[in-house]
Design a binder for this molecule. Structure first.
Ligand code: DC
Length: 225
């Protein structure tokens, strides 16, 4: 990887990966790559095509038609789906569920993993997802497995939605998180798991700032070696 740095942050839904990755990218001047957003953009395409979450044959057949690219404007990642900015469309519960299902598909994963690896060859990156330390960037300089108690994750998500004025139910959110974790951890290809050389951080009782500091210390240690 030369003088480029790669930081891999994996973990279950709602553990705070993107918050932490953004803080680190900002402070270190690295590019933040939100790989979940890429799976979400693909999922949006399948939903728009009327493809069902379990229809693996149609998902495989449609995957080559999907072009997902990332650009950055003022440090913000923009996800383009076949030339359309879909940032505002990919954060719904429907897309979350479809992304978790369609990301079990080999054609979908192959396409996005290649794109993610190409990004890391060009830039210093903080990449978050489910398989970054285990599959996408096995030689990453720093690997973190960020987790938190499912109830804590659900409460954070609930508060985020409430702050946006959205009506929501805490129990439903927690159930959806648990279901999605199960699916992401038990799929055949690149399931979510902690890489052997990843540092485990449990953010249940930590602030975002504390977690970010802990990861930055890991990065600084690597640079000094
Ligand atoms: O991180 P997220 O919640 O935006 O991700 C949405 C879904 O995409 C997640 O449930 C599983 C899938 N995903 C994946 O399989 N591999 C990744 N590297 C990132 C996300």
């Amino acid at each position: 990887m030369g003088d480029k740095i790669a930081i891999a942050i994996d973990g279950p839904a709602g553990a705070g990966k993107s918050t932490i990755a953004k803080l680190i990218a900002e402070r270190k001047g690295y590019i933040y790559v939100d790989t979940g957003a890429m799976y979400r953009a693909m999922a949006l395409y399948f939903i728009e095509q009327g493809i069902g979450a379990r229809d693996q044959d149609r998902i495989s057949a449609a995957a080559p038609d999907v072009d997902v690219t990332l650009t950055y404007e003022n440090g913000e990642q923009i996800v383009w789906l076949n030339g359309r900015n879909v940032n505002g469309l990919i954060r719904t519960e429907e897309v979350s569920k479809m992304a978790s299902s369609s990301s079990t598909n080999g054609a979908v994963r192959k396409k996005l993993v290649e794109l993610q690896q190409a990004l890391a060859r060009k830039e210093s990156v903080v990449m978050d997802g489910r398989d970054i330390g285990t599959c996408v960037l096995p030689d990453a300089d720093v690997k973190v497995y960020l987790t938190a108690d499912s109830h804590v994750r659900a409460v954070r998500r609930y508060e985020e939605l409430r702050a946006k004025g959205q009506d929501c139910d805490l129990d439903t959110i927690e159930k959806d998180i648990i279901d999605r974790d199960y699916q992401d951890m038990h799929r055949d290809i690149s399931p979510l798991r902690q890489a052997e050389d990843a540092v485990l951080l449990d953010s249940s009782a930590m602030t975002a700032e504390e977690v970010a500091q802990a990861v930055i210390e890991l990065c600084d240690r690597v640079r000094e070696e």
